[in-house]
Write a protein that binds this ligand. Structure first.
Ligand SMILES: [Fe+2]
Ligand SMILES: [Fe+2]
Length: 173
């Protein structure tokens, strides 16, 4: 049932893309105050739907922290999907990519890296966790931010983070 998590995520974001057309300016300003210049560039390289997801995830993480001063977790929550922007897919393309990601073996999706057009885009979308982590590493982000980006679609047991950190970040996504 690994498909249901990403599908539920996508369905939710589909409705967000229709119903929510802009970011909460106060929450976005708060998030931007935590980001380095290079992280800010990655944030703004995302399409609006992903920037809204960044701010909503950051806001949820901040609420869970309840005044505990761990802004690193808020940044991790916000930037985990920055690699998706490079796939350059609209919402219908994302739905298609999620379905294909479920149907096709990983080996074939991995080989699509060498193709152009829609296959390349689906490859980039399917492997966005790795791409997010690589971009954040290049931007000099903290290890927590990079690790969460790399593993945010993995099972808790496969993620090298304390279980309470994993649970908080997963809930914020
Ligand atoms: Fe993701
Ligand atoms: Fe996400």
């Amino acid at each position: 049932m690994a498909f249901l998590g990403p599908l539920a995520h996508l369905v939710k974001r589909f409705f967000v893309s229709i119903l929510v057309q802009r970011n909460n300016p106060k929450e976005e300003k708060y998030l931007l105050s935590l980001l380095t210049d290079r992280e800010t560039k990655l944030y703004f390289a995302q399409p609006l739907i992903d920037r809204i997801h960044s701010v909503q995830s950051a806001t949820k993480a901040k609420a869970e922290l309840q005044n505990r001063d761990d802004q690193n977790l808020v940044v991790a929550a916000a930037l985990h999907d920055v690699g998706k922007a490079q796939a350059n897919l609209g919402i219908l393309g994302r739905v298609l990519a999620t379905i294909i990601d479920f149907i096709l073996p990983l080996r074939i999706l991995s080989e699509w890296k060498r193709h152009k057009g829609i296959r390349k885009k689906i490859h980039l979308y399917s492997f966005h966790s790795e791409r997010s982590a690589d971009l954040l590493e290049e931007a000099g982000s903290s290890q927590l931010v990079i690790t969460w980006a790399r593993h945010h679609h993995d099972k808790s047991s496969d993620v090298p983070l304390p279980v309470e950190v994993f649970t908080l970040l997963k809930r914020s996504d």
